[in-house]
Each structure stands twice: as C-alpha cells, then as structure tokens.
Ligand binder design. Structure first.
Ligand code: SF4
Ligand code: SF4
Length: 521
C-alpha cells in the first residue's frame, strides 16, 4: 500500500488501540444530563429554557451566543432542574443546564427522522449550499475531533478565498482512541454522504478521506463502498502512521502536499476544508435526518481497565457512569483524561460530563499516571527535531517561565498546536507542553488585548496596548493582561461513580411527516 505523510517532525508513540474491535454500543441514558454552555470555541450558548420546563430528546435548550457559537440540544427527555453554573470538563464552574430524566428519558422530538433509510444527496435537489449550512448551523454541529470549532463558520470561507477540496480526517493518531475508527467501520455510507454534503456546501468536486495505515479494515471498507457506488471524485488516501497527523495542517500536507502558512492564514488559504470523520456523520444526520447533535461516539479506555469500549453516548453523561460500564476505575493510582494521553487533560472529578468534543476518556494507571521528575535540559534538541510546526520547544518553555512575552510572540508560540510531541520525546522529562500552553495562552491574550476596541474611558483612547513585559519595563503599574490560572492536575479523584442505568434500545421509527418549527425549511 502506497502511503503518504507530512514533512516536518512527528513521533511514533506505542500504539494501544485496546478497544479497536469493540463494536460501539449505546450507553445507558444518564439520570441527570449536565450540559456546559461552553462546549465549543467561541461565545457560550445562551439558555432558552427555565427550571421546570419539559424537554424531549432533541429539544433546543440553548441558542448560539454569537456567530462563532453553537446551539445546544437536550439528549434525554425530562425536566430542566437547573439553569446556572455546572462543573465543566475544564474543572471550572461555568454556565450550564441540568435536565432530570423522566421515565426511560427517551422520548424524541417528532421532527427527527429515525428511519434507517440512507438519504443520498442526489435525491435532494432542494438542498442548496445555503440550506445545507443553515441546517448544520441549526443542529449545533461543531468539530468533533476535539477542536469544537462551529462547523457552519468553517463552511463559509472569508471573502477572497476559495475552497478546492474537502479532506475528511479519519487519522485518529492518538495512540489509544478508536471512536473514529469504529464510526468509519460502522457508518461508512453516512460518512460518504456527509462528505458529499460538505463538498456541496463549499462548492467543490473533490473529496479525500485520510486514514492511517494502521486501520487497513477502514481503508478497505470505505474504498469498497466508493467503488460499489461508482463514486469517483472521492479518494481514500492511506497515510503512514505518524503522530500528530490528525493535526489539520499536518493532514493537509500529507494528503495534498500543501503547507498552510503561519497564522492568521487558515487551511482555506491553500484551498482545503478539513472535517473530522465524526463531524461528517453528524452533518449527514443533521441535514438529512434533522437530528441535532446530542450524542456522539466516545472511547473509554486504559491498560488496566477491565473492558475498554466504544459507546454511543448522550451528551451530559458523566465520566463516572461510562467508566463504571467498563468495570470501574482500576485499583491504585489513576489519572483520568478527557481525550487521549498525548493531548488530553486530567479531569478533577468523575462528575464531569461528555460534551460535543469528547472523543475519548483515557485512564492512565500505576506508573503511567505518575510524572517523572524533571531534570535540567541537556540541550539535545530532540524536542526541536520532532516539532511538526518547526518550533524550538525548549526555548518556548524557557521563555514562558521567564515571562518573555515579546520574545515568545516573535518565536511564534501561537502556532504551537499543543500536540505534546516535544514533551513526549524529552529525555529530561521537562514539562514542555504545560509551560508552552501557559505561554501561548498569555501571548494570545496580549494579542487580543491589542486588537480589542479600547474602553470608552480609556486615556488616550487610541493608545496601543503593550505586552506585559513592555508594560512592566515602562513602569505601568498593572500588566495589560493577566495570564489565566494554569490547569491544576487533580490530586484527589472522586472514585465513586453513579450506578448503572438501563441501556436504551436502538430504536428506529417512521420518517416524520412534519418539519418542526425552528428547523430551516
Ligand atoms: S528535548 Fe528536553 S533535554 Fe533535549 S533540548 Fe529539548 S528540552 Fe532540552
Ligand atoms: S506541543 Fe507545540 S512546541 Fe511541542 S512539538 Fe507540538 S507543536 Fe511543537
């Protein structure tokens, strides 16, 4: 099999796809579904329900808080019992909504087409590009590979740029995660139709599906489907296994051999629109089945976990409930990550819940859960050689510690994709990614404060903002922007997960006769 890959850096972490062969099952519905209103990049959504309101599966409970934002829908039927702060997966209390399940909690909005019939784009001439994007926007679709960028925004290229192709990201290069692999195996036709919808929305006639060669079955399944259906403008591109190939820029380089320039340039500047495999299926369901985004494929995995699994999870289900389904937390020390071991973040409690971007829950146990003691840098430059963005990680980490924000901006710290390859490779166990994340957040805040409109009372109104470093140098009392508190690794994880609830049946039903109020056309 001829394979391609990206040009700069990259690593080969040990593969632990423990749940590769675990067919996806629906997870039990939670007794309470807890939704953060910040499940996406951009403005938080705004609650449109109040305590005591009755909701069904698929009822909109929060609407987008701006253009870069996304609607949120209930994943169970029941009663709204709280509109207020809830524990977000980041560990912070953020505005949210809690719905209490009533009965089985599985009464769906009548508008959702629950039939299994595959709807093909060719059978729907009414679907103009605008109509496709409207439905995607209404359904609250965001990037489901973890980035959570609202999809409708990505499908509206800025003036002057033109899409030439769509690339589906089926790479899944994180060493433990298998949710996209299962999705590609279990819903290949929906994936293909989702890709066709994205191609129609951005008006291109060429699509690619990039899949690493450690998933030969997925490559074979989708290739065969395309051949059998006579689809010739979509190509499966086998890629060499290399981390972080799932990064948007690395994937574009690997698939079409074009390099996206440094920010603010976007993938569209080289003609590419990239969507994750899970997002493509969610797009199909939103546009063709009028099904908003309220459930997703999630892997629950870990070397010491009794039963690593893949679940179709309703949003708002707690990590604890899902871990209990897999046999509960292993004995001894554990670290529970939202995401995979390379890019995931430790969660502070098992009560945090699955949101739109939650492709996996990874449990690191025993020695894997412990950090090695950092040693002084030995200047081996291994971190430089593996960085896929051509950065100097040791310098960025050092500059962050020394708060050299001007220098960090010049060294392009904002282009770091937070892949963790540098930290993974460092023989001195330096916490490079942790430091660089803090530095990147600080520099991005400085840049934002420089471009933000000055407050009315500011004097002089047009004075350019300064970075913390230059503000300190000039004797200003307050820095222009304060770095956010670093994420704190939890020390005591709540080990008591809630009890298991009944597993809902996979229910199919008739196509709805009526298009509901609210849905585009
Ligand atoms: S890999 Fe680690 S030890 Fe080597 S230069 Fe980078 S930070 Fe220093
Ligand atoms: S985390 Fe950032 S600095 Fe480190 S290797 Fe990845 S892109 Fe480079």
């Amino acid at each position: 099999m001829k394979t391609k890959t990206f040009r700069i850096g990259g690593i080969h972490p040990d593969e632990n796809k423990l749940s590769n062969d675990a067919v996806t099952r629906p997870a039990p519905l939670p007794k309470q579904a807890v939704y953060s209103l910040s499940q996406h990049i951009g403005a938080p959504a705004k609650a449109i329900v109040k305590e005591g309101d009755k909701v069904k599966v698929g009822t909109m409970i929060a609407e987008a808080g701006g253009f870069v934002s996304a609607n949120i829908f209930s994943s169970i039927s029941g009663t709204v019992i709280k509109v207020g702060d809830v524990l977000d997966v980041s560990g912070a209390m953020k505005p949210g909504i809690i719905v209490q399940r009533e009965g089985e909690g599985n009464i769906w909005e009548e508008s959702i087409d629950r039939s299994e019939k595959l709807e093909r784009l060719e059978e729907h001439p009414e679907l103009s590009p605008e109509e496709i994007i409207n439905r995607i926007k209404y359904a609250g679709i965001v990037g489901m590979g973890g980035a959570c960028f609202p999809t409708h925004v990505k499908l509206m290229p800025p003036p002057g740029s033109k899409a030439e192709c769509v690339i589906i990201n089926g790479v899944e290069c994180e060493p433990y995660i298998t949710s996209d692999y299962r999705l590609m195996m279990e819903k290949p036709n929906e994936l293909i139709e989702g890709l066709k919808l994205v191609m129609a929305a951005v008006k291109v006639n060429k699509g690619y599906i990039g899949i690493e060669d450690n998933k030969p079955e997925a490559i074979k399944t989708i290739t065969e489907k395309l051949q059998r259906r006579g689809i010739t403008n979509i190509e499966v591109v086998p890629l060499q296994k290399k981390y972080p190939q799932g990064g948007e820029k690395q994937l574009i380089d690997a698939v079409i051999g074009r390099q996206v320039p440094a920010p603010p340039a976007l993938p569209i500047s080289v003609g590419a629109v990239v969507q994750n495999a899970g997002t493509a299926v969610a797009i199909y369901e939103a546009v063709m089945k009028r099904k908003p985004l309220f459930e997703r494929y999630t892997t629950v995995t870990g070397k010491k976990l009794t039963k690593p699994s893949n679940y179709l999870v309703r949003m708002g289900t707690s990590f604890g409930e899902l871990i209990n389904l897999c046999g509960g937390l292993p004995e001894g020390d554990n670290k529970v990550l939202a995401g995979g071991p390379m890019m995931g973040r430790a969660v502070p409690s098992l009560e945090v819940t699955v949101g739109k971007g939650q492709n996996s829950i990874t449990i690191l146990s025993g020695d894997d859960a412990k950090r090695k003691e950092p040693q002084p840098c030995i200047r081996c430059a291994k971190c430089v050689s593996v960085c896929p963005m051509g950065l100097e990680p040791f310098l960025l980490a050092k500059g962050t510690i020394m708060e050299k924000w001007d220098l960090m901006e010049k060294e392009d710290i904002t282009t770091c994709i937070e892949c963790g390859s540098c930290q993974f490779t460092c023989p001195a166990h330096r916490p490079l990614l942790d430091d660089i994340r803090k530095g990147k957040a600080t520099v991005m805040g400085i840049i934002r404060s420089r471009t933000a409109p000055a407050p009315a009372a500011a004097k002089p109104a047009a004075a350019p903002a300064k970075s913390n470093a230059s503000a300190e140098k000039s004797g200003d009392k307050k820095p222009m922007w304060t770095a956010p508190k670093p994420f704190i690794e939890p020390t005591d994880i709540d080990f008591s997960g809630p009890k298991q609830n009944p597993i809902p049946e996979i229910i199919t039903g008739p196509k709805p006769a009526v298009i509901p109020a609210g849905w585009p056309k």
